[in-house]
Ligand binder design. Sequence first.
Ligand SMILES: C[S@@+](CC[C@H](N)C(=O)[O-])C[C@H]1O[C@@H](n2cnc3c(N)ncnc32)[C@H](O)[C@@H]1O
Length: 267
Amino acid sequence: MEKQYRNASNLNARITLHERFSVNPYPLPRWLFDQLELPPDARILEVGCGTGKLWSENLGRIPDGWDVMLTDASPGMVRETQGNLGDSRCFGFQVADVRELPFEDGMFDAVVANHVLYHVPDLRHAISELVRVLGHDGILYAATNGEDHMREMNPMIQFLDPNHPDDGLARRIGAFSLEDGSEQLSSHFSEVSLLRYEDALAVNETQPLVDYVLSAMTLQEAVADLSGEELSARISRLNQSLEQELSALGVIRITKETGLFVARRRS
Ligand SMILES: C[S@@+](CC[C@H](N)C(=O)[O-])C[C@H]1O[C@@H](n2cnc3c(N)ncnc32)[C@H](O)[C@@H]1O
């Protein structure tokens, strides 16, 4: 995990694929921002903020009175986010692991945890940390993916690592997915609802798919010991297969399953 998110390059390869080839014309960061129902003076914590997209894509829409603390376990990500947003007065930046937040009890009206909880090994503990820093009427916004998200990438990953299990990229979301997130949250929150964001990818170039595959954490571990020559040979076989599929079909379609849990505490 540390290697995967040491800097923004892996995450950016994945964001690029989504930004360029998603069929839903309304971008996910804007849709996620639309769902924030908060008072004009809200204190907000984001954990696992990545490159800060949620805020950089909605800069003109942030109410003047909001106070937003952006955190990530990776110092590289926090640096990147600060570079993207540093001039805006409403933001604070801090390196912090969601399992051990350096904030007092009840400090925030809302916590945003988008596409991060599936990375956390001790999820139960992480969720109780989020609850601790939320006030009595606090709200958690937690976006995640479904088990079938990007399932068409599995055979692509297997070009590079034939032993890669068929659950491919989905493997890392087992602990907090659209399917089981509600169950994980309901013991900590009195109300949990799930909003779905409908989308898919229609990709008509091969290189962004190859870049996405190469950004996958599970794959990077598997190919770490291959020689440069062998890795290049496998990448070129993947490229050839994608070129053939593209010329046969005109477009490569990829399933997306994304949604947002909104979980409320009630005093
Ligand atoms: C898939 S990215 C999501 C980034 C951003 N929230 C978004 O939706 O674009 C996951 C982020 O979670 C961070 N992360 C992983 N484990 C973490 C932990 N235990 N505590 C805090 N951040 C963590 C990673 O460094 C990475 O920036």
